[in-house]
Design a protein around this ligand. Structure first.
Ligand SMILES: [Zn+2]
Length: 269
């Protein structure tokens, strides 16, 4: 059964109500049950959703741990490190797949409810005896809108969860390798509405609290808040910001070095 079959059934229901009007709850309930069943059949089932999500997030995962991507966010770590990290990163993918499937299931239920509500709202307003004033084609489109948007919603969920997956991967790598902090990277891209407060962070450095260099008296927080005091890149919904992590005091902005740190950096040059 496809979305087209659903529309056909919906058209049947609407013309019946337009002809006879709304005069009893039983007829309405019977149509609601039929339409619910048809909507359920028309949308992809949980197994197919899971397979799709797994394939798409799996691809993003592969790309995120590719050497080229890895070098962009962790330019000062070796490719060997990411290989070593593999077993730690795989569960992050699994977690994102589960979250995506769950979110899509919620969207699916909501879109079916919304569709049935719109249908019910319209037909219960038709007086017994029917009406000629309903534009059936237009109403059919309006009522079915939420179902039509499901594939779009599904894509949005997967893209967003993909960004969160990549952010998780990078945080895990950073933590595991004792990163000192990161430079915020804002994405300028046509058709992407970034958050102004994220754009303001572009290029700024955010220190990780209590890292080894701070404990050794070589480093200080600097002018910006600690990383744990802000929302991290790609964690907020539909945020595409990313980070370049720093592992070595030589790569830190000068304002994050203490005198001892500055001495150390100049000595080693
Ligand atoms: Zn952002």
């Amino acid at each position: 059964m496809s979305l087209l079959d659903f529309y056909r059934l919906l058209a049947q229901a609407l013309s019946e109500f337009a002809r006879n009007g709304y005069d009893n709850q039983e007829t309405l309930n019977a149509w609601l049950a039929k339409l619910r069943h048809a909507a359920n059949q028309a949308l992809p089932g949980p197994e197919k959703v899971r397979r799709d999500v797994q394939a798409r997030l799996g691809q993003m995962f592969k790309r995120a741990i590719s050497e080229q991507r890895f070098k962009r966010q962790h330019p000062w770590l070796t490719a060997y490190t990411i290989q070593r990290m593999g077993p730690k990163l795989a569960p992050l993918l699994e977690r994102r797949i589960l979250a995506s499937v769950d979110l899509i299931r919620l969207h699916r239920e909501q879109s079916i409810e919304k569709t049935l509500q719109r249908f019910q709202g319209l037909v219960t307003s038709i007086p017994p005896g029917g009406t000629r004033s309903i534009e059936l084609g237009k109403e059919k489109q309006r009522i079915g809108k939420a179902l039509r948007q499901m594939s779009f919603e599904e894509r949005r969920v997967v893209i967003d969860q993909g960004h969160k997956l990549i952010a998780n991967i990078n945080q895990t790598v950073a933590e595991d390798n004792n990163a000192l902090g990161f430079f915020w990277r804002h994405v300028h891209q046509a058709g992407y509405d970034g958050r102004p407060e994220h754009e303001a962070r572009d290029g700024k450095f955010f220190a990780i609290r209590d890292n080894w260099a701070i404990k050794a008296g070589l480093m200080k927080r600097g002018p910006n808040p600690y990383a744990d005091e802000i929302d991290l890149p790609a964690v907020a919904p539909f945020c595409r910001c990313w980070a370049t992590y720093v592992y070595n005091i030589r790569e830190l902005p000068k304002e994050c070095l203490t005198q001892k740190g500055l001495d150390r950096v100049t000595d080693s040059k």
